[in-house]
Design a protein around this ligand. Structure first.
Ligand SMILES: [Zn+2]
Length: 364
């Protein structure tokens, strides 16, 4: 039997603008799976279609690592015709190092960083769809020492708890934060076993202005994980989820009231990892959050997810929790916990190939 098609709400952070009205919910699906821009899909897939040049690169924490550069259309305009043609036809194409250097606006320092990762066969690729232009490349196999031992892997899966279902709510960020803090609380002995935190409490408080602005069928919204982490660190803490929040009766229209004396959980410190290796090292003792770039087919069952391929366009971003570095289908994979029930990936977990690197065009 073919798997039933399910719309999964994932987010596109880049186009989020304060004050912009949320698209009116349609009748069939109360919450659209992906935030749509006001362009048609055909336009979005067209490499020559202009993008929004004035979008700010948020948030400012990235100042030290990201440089705001010209957008997709400017870069594409400089690309050789054959590259543009291949992108238009296949959404993804190989480019040479020389092409990257000359046309991407990549500084020599940055290119050196790219080459330092030793792209396999010196191959670099470009993917262009839905307004996103990514350079990506494959890296050599990581040492097996990054693999978690079985006991640690099992422990991380256990402390991160059961797979939840965000349904049609745009709340992956809040589910991920909840799991990140809960798993940490179990590891540090504050919780005896995994109990999810209130996704609604995070939703209504991490960006109260955005929350207050929302009208219609849903009061959930796309949020940057940075804002959610900041809330987790700077607020008085997050209470546990109520039974209703864990059931299919959950509604994002209902505020989560904070009861006097209720137990809360918060983050003491936020760690950022500049390299994948650092994050994988951390995985040996903790769970780590990550933003998954979702290309068409990312939810496919029993696969090793590798990101962009020819004719596979980007559909959005999704916050997940990395649990474990394992061997899957004989290859190294990062086991990520998603919040879209057990019907996707491998029982709700996405196994992601760690040997693909990305740079977004704004970061060149
Ligand atoms: Zn909702």
């Amino acid at each position: 039997m073919p798997p039933k098609k399910k719309q999964i709400p994932i987010q596109k952070l880049r186009n989020k603008k304060k004050g912009k009205k949320k698209a009116k919910a349609g009748k069939k699906s109360a919450c659209p799976p992906v935030k749509k821009r006001e362009f048609t899909q055909e336009e979005l897939d067209d490499p020559l279609f202009s993008d929004e040049e004035d979008v700010e690169c948020e948030p400012s924490r990235d100042k030290d690592t990201y440089m705001i550069k010209h957008g997709r259309s400017v870069i594409l305009a400089k690309m050789p015709d054959d590259v543009k043609r291949r992108l238009k036809n296949k959404l993804s194409t190989a480019i040479t190092v020389k092409c990257a250097e000359e046309n991407l606006g990549l500084t020599w320092t940055r290119l050196k960083h790219v080459l330092h990762t030793e792209p396999v066969d010196d191959n670099l690729c470009l993917s262009d769809s839905a307004g996103y232009l990514h350079m990506y490349w494959q890296t050599p196999q990581l040492p097996e020492s990054f693999l978690s031992d079985e006991e640690t892997g099992d422990l991380m899966t256990k402390v991160a708890g059961f797979i939840r279902d965000q349904g049609q709510h745009e709340m992956c960020c809040f589910y991920a934060l909840s799991d990140l803090i809960s798993s940490s609380a179990v590891l540090h002995g504050q919780l005896e076993q995994y109990e999810p935190l209130s996704q609604m409490y995070i939703c209504q408080n991490s960006d109260p202005q955005e929350y207050a602005r929302l009208k219609g069928d849903h009061n959930c919204y796309e949020c940057s994980f940075y804002s959610a982490l900041k809330f987790g660190k700077e607020s008085r803490g997050i209470p546990l989820a109520t039974a209703k929040e864990m059931s299919d009766k959950f509604s994002c229209k209902e505020r989560r009231k904070f009861l006097h004396g209720e137990r809360t959980f918060k983050i003491k410190e936020v760690y950022r990892y500049k390299t994948l290796e650092q994050a994988l090292q951390r995985l040996k003792t903790h769970t780590v959050s990550a933003t998954l770039l979702c290309y068409k087919g990312w939810t496919k069952k029993k696969q090793l997810y590798i990101g962009p391929r020819e004719r596979s366009g980007m559909v959005g971003l999704h916050e997940v929790i990395m649990l474990d570095c394992v061997k899957y289908q004989d290859k190294m994979a990062i086991k990520c916990k998603s919040s879209n029930e057990e019907d996707i990936g491998v029982d709700g977990y996405i196994y992601v190939d760690p040997h693909v690197m990305f740079i977004e065009e704004r970061a060149y």
